[in-house]
Design a protein around this ligand. Structure first.
Ligand SMILES: Nc1ncnc2c1ncn2[C@@H]1O[C@H](COP(=O)(O)OP(=O)(O)O[C@H]2O[C@H](CO)[C@@H](O)[C@H](O)[C@H]2O)[C@@H](O)[C@H]1O
Length: 476
């Protein structure tokens, strides 16, 4: 099949979070399965700075009401996949992707609606004729609508799949701030009180809707777990499915990881201790091999459970335990973590930055990896942690519930520690249980590490599931 991904982030090209991991791994897995895969994404400033790319065809012109957009399509052959970039500097030649520090750009609705229209036009101009256009998150959620309403003859047989990576981000904007869409105001059923919800539009118009774990797909159908979308999703329930993300074991393998000071494997876990020592050294923590070290690498947002963690830090630090957090995001969380690190320099470290090197070192050097998420559509770091023998401590939500097994639920297959209660107390009790296990059952801890390292969630499995879904739209 000819499959085109429209997506805002692809690891190695541009990344702010987990969307990029999928933007790289899934197209490659589908290509390895024999499909013809291409990607269309914005030509962000950081990509422009990395690559000086040639245009793929003469300058394009799009009209929307009285607005005229002239843009270029640039092309890169990346890992054997053609990536086409929409080059429209007024919208994409900016320091950040979505926001000015933590303030979302006020024209995000217009930027990404235009991107969807431009992506369709690029596919026409390049005669790509896809069987499937696979859209991801609110940034590309207008495309299924535009495909149905503006798509001409070339797209008569093209189907759309829309994957929700995070339903909390919906792209809600005043239609009047989106010149690109204004002429559709009469037919856009998602406009309420002058606002358009782009994620909802994607849900309404895509031929199939997926999300990134089976459990999150179930949660999305409930009042509590759907971020207000359950009525829409229940209506489309027949077309909704959850396909678990994978782990890219070429990139996340402690035996070959170039970021580690020493490599190790399930057969020889010993050098993991050296990684811990280096992590402690680099972050200024006391270099104590017997003190359990908990790591966390994430965007600093409510989603990731800081509302549970911050209130119990004092009680946690009363224990013989260390914590390293690597992340960027909410300035208030940054300030709190920075202050805490200053006051507890040998026990608590905070790296306020986006660092791939630290992300890998924390996965290898920590004993536990913490993900106390409020909600978590899939989560990738718990899978990376399993591969590194770093036992995840997670809340039983979304994909975390699908991928981590607690000893109290299934001792013979346990791979981490899981709690349900959405509260600081629930989190603290679970961390204490994990610490006790570490101290009192070193042999069982090692067995759990081994088991975790042998657990596999492959992108090939995910690609097979997506392929089966595409085939429902394209029966052969
Ligand atoms: N400061 C930092 N430095 C270096 N690397 C950092 C970093 N902060 C985050 N990362 C990296 O970004 C990725 C984050 O992935 P997640 O799946 O945990 O989260 P995210 O919430 O962004 O993704 C959303 O989409 C993904 C993909 O579908 C879902 O798994 C997830 O549940 C959903 O919220 C990981 O590769 C992590 O190592």
């Amino acid at each position: 099949m000819k499959i085109i991904f429209t997506i805002s982030e692809v690891e190695e090209l541009v990344k702010t979070g987990g969307l990029a991991d999928v933007g790289k791994a899934l197209p490659l897995a589908l290509k390895a399965a024999g499909h013809d895969v291409a990607i269309v994404m914005p030509y962000y400033q950081s990509i422009r700075q990395q690559f000086d790319l040639a245009t793929a065809c003469p300058q394009q012109t799009l009209f929307a009401e009285s607005t005229v957009y002239h843009f270029d399509i640039r092309q890169l052959n990346w890992n054997g996949i053609d990536v086409y970039f929409i080059d429209y500097p007024p919208y994409f030649d900016r320091a950040d992707l979505y926001s000015n520090t933590y303030e979302a750009y006020s024209d995000n609705g217009e930027r990404f609606s235009f991107f969807c229209g431009a992506a369709l036009m690029a596919m026409q101009s390049l005669a790509l004729a896809p069987d499937i256009i696979h859209c991801h998150d609110w940034h590309t959620a207008m495309l299924p609508f535009l495909l149905k309403h503006d798509g001409t003859g070339e797209f008569a047989n093209t189907k759309s799949v829309f994957t929700i990576h995070n339903a909390a981000f919906q792209g809600v904007h005043r239609l009047e701030t989106i010149p690109f869409l204004r002429h559709h105001r009469g037919i856009l059923s998602q406009v309420h009180g002058g606002y358009i919800n782009m994620l909802q539009t994607g849900i309404e118009f895509a031929d199939k809707i997926t999300t990134v774990s089976p459990n999150y797909a179930q949660e999305l159908l409930t009042d509590l777990g759907s971020h207000g979308l359950h009525h829409r999703l229940v209506t489309r329930q027949q077309d909704l499915s959850g396909i678990l993300n994978g782990c890219d074991y070429t990139q996340w393998n402690p035996a070959t990881d170039p970021f580690l000071p020493k490599n190790y494997s399930a057969d020889d876990v010993g050098p993991k201790q050296h990684c811990k020592q280096v992590l402690q050294h680099k972050t200024g923590l006391a270099e104590k091999s017997g003190t359990p070290l908990i790591g966390m690498v994430c965007r600093l947002t409510e989603q990731k459970g800081f509302g549970y963690l911050l209130p119990v830090l004092d009680e946690l630090m009363d224990h013989n335990v260390q914590l390293v957090i690597v992340g960027t995001g909410d300035p208030k969380v940054c300030m709190d973590l920075g202050e805490y690190a200053q006051n507890h320099p040998t026990q608590f470290a905070f790296i306020n930055g986006f660092s791939t090197e630290y992300a890998h070192l924390v996965e290898a050097g920590a004993d536990f990896f913490l993900m106390p998420s409020q909600f978590e559509p899939c989560g990738l770091n718990q899978m990376y942690s399993l591969a590194y023998g770093t036992l995840p401590i997670v809340r039983a939500v979304g994909g975390l519930k699908d991928t981590v097994i607690d000893p109290k639920d299934d001792a013979a297959n346990a791979t981490g520690f899981v709690f349900s209660l959405p509260s600081p107390e629930g989190l603290l009790a679970c961390i204490r249980r994990a610490l006790l296990f570490y101290y009192e059952h070193p042999e069982r801890f090692r067995q759990m590490q081994q088991r975790a390292m042998h657990t596999r969630f492959t992108w090939q499995t995910a690609a097979n599931d997506y392929q089966a879904l595409y085939q429902q739209l394209w029966p052969v």
